[in-house]
Design a protein around this ligand. Structure first.
Ligand SMILES: O=C(O)Cc1cc(O)ccc1O
Ligand SMILES: [Fe+2]
Length: 438
């Protein structure tokens, strides 16, 4: 397969037409009386019509048939572990750690049927909340497309490359890259074997780049490294093509007789995109102390309260650690935010064992956490020479201002919750002494 092309930029006004149909994008207006090549014009609105101009998001799609050509949606129970029922379990404030979630091997499971909700809060009906899912699959979607009417999907592949067909074109997303597919955008996922990853779904709004303040105009995730697909259409009569819709936490399906990836040209600023985490420009403490992990924020979905995120996507990339007279690993911590962590590659500095790629942890609101005893001892006594840390690793955090509930699947059915997690802190000894200098 030839290398895919992308458009570079974040939040830009893009336009694209499939080179097989030159002139397919109308010039000078959105809705000509007759579109070039007999296409239909369809607007996809990502914000209210009246959202302020700097927040307004919409795209115009020029397609072979409008999306409305489909049979009625019917409820479907094929994604048994997809839920927004946050009351399945009693609340549990304990530190939680999951061993790697199993990828199915004895049956064929695709991206949609492989969606499993681990935790979340809130409700898409009031457009407020998040859901954290994992996808565990081994088969490609076939004659089907998926979209969420509930929230934007930030997809973090952990094992296996995803080939994603979207209405806007094709994307390939490998582990250590992420993709964002926003509310309402239709996509299909093709996989090459056992495949696993994490999804942060936000109900409130869209992801943004964090403000940089005194960092200046450049740094962290730079806008030019975000890649959006180029128009690529399929002209195919396909009886029984299934459109899966996640709507108010449930899955619905509608059939239609044509392939929905029939967008020949499009323009707008409401688009899917991907980002390679290797491109993150790391900023950190260069003299002393441990910076808060917000310096590693890739994307944020803000709440209406200044500086407070519905959810941040934060990474812990390879970097130099150089601080003098400092306990360099993450500090002991009680947070007014919920911290869900996953591991894409390698190991995490605060816990070398136990927290494994494809697993996860949740440190809930105000629940104490921090380095395990091994990490504390090593970092309290090690020579403070410049050290490249987290080489060959990539941990990440979904940090949310919401208090999250774990689903029944997350707590019980998956059978991956480690009841002994708390033990990693029990051997932290008392070092208290009469000497001020220890
Ligand atoms: O809990 C964690 O491991 C995440 C985290 C990392 C860090 O560097 C500082 C604070 C924090 O919560
Ligand atoms: Fe923390």
């Amino acid at each position: 397969m030839t290398e895919l092309k992308y458009l570079s930029g974040f939040g830009s006004e893009f336009s694209s037409e499939d080179p097989r149909k030159p002139g397919s994008l109308p010039i000078g207006q959105n809705s000509p009386q007759k579109c070039p090549y007999g296409l239909y014009a369809e607007q996809l609105s990502g914000t209210a019509f009246t959202a302020p101009r700097h927040e307004n998001k919409r795209s115009w799609l020029y397609r072979i048939r409008p999306s409305v050509v489909h049979k009625p949606f019917k409820k479907l129970d094929i994604a048994k572990h997809l839920t927004h029922n946050w009351d399945e379990q009693e609340p549990d404030p304990n530190q939680s750690r999951w061993l790697p979630f199993d990828i199915p091997s004895d049956e064929s499971v695709d991206f949609v049927t492989g969606l499993h909700t681990v935790c979340g809060a809130g409700d898409p009906r009031s457009r407020h909340g998040i859901a954290i899912h994992v996808y565990l699959c081994n088969a490609s979607m076939d004659k089907s497309a998926f979209y969420s009417s509930d929230g934007d999907f930030l997809i973090v592949p952990q094992q296996g490359k995803l080939k994603i067909t979207t209405e806007f074109g094709l994307m390939e997303v490998a582990p250590n890259e992420i993709a964002v597919i926003q509310l309402g955008m239709r996509f299909a996922v093709f996989v090459e074997g056992p495949t696993r990853g994490y999804i942060l779904e936000v109900f409130d709004g869209h992801f943004k780049l964090p403000d940089l303040g005194p960092i200046g105009a450049n740094g962290l995730a730079n806008p030019r490294d975000f890649l959006t697909p180029v128009a690529h259409y399929v002209d195919e009569e396909t009886p029984g093509f299934q459109i899966f819709n996640k709507y108010q936490g449930f899955l619905f399906v509608a059939e239609q007789n044509h392939n929905p990836f029939d967008v020949v040209a499009w323009h707008g600023n409401y688009v899917p995109y991907k980002y390679d985490l290797n491109n993150f420009m790391v900023i950190n403490a260069v003299l002393y102390d441990h910076c808060d992990p917000s310096i590693f924020t890739v994307l944020t979905c803000p709440s209406a309260k200044p500086g407070i995120a519905i959810a941040d996507f934060v990474i812990f990339p390879p970097r130099w650690s150089v601080q003098e007279h400092t306990f360099r690993p993450p500090y002991y911590h009680r947070n007014c935010m919920s911290e869900f962590m996953g591991l894409i590659l390698g190991s995490y500095e605060a816990k070398e064992g136990g927290f494994l790629p494809g697993g996860a942890s949740l440190h809930s609101m105000m629940t104490p956490h921090g380095p395990d005893d091994k990490c504390f001892n090593a970092a309290s006594n090690g020579a403070l020479v410049p050290q490249k840390i987290a080489v060959g690793t990539q941990a990440f955090m979904f940090e949310s201002s919401l208090s999250l509930a774990i689903t029944k699947w997350g707590a019980e059915t998956c059978q991956k919750l480690d009841p002994k997690y708390y033990e990693c802190w029990q051997n932290l000894p008392k070092h208290f002494s009469d000497k001020a200098k220890v």
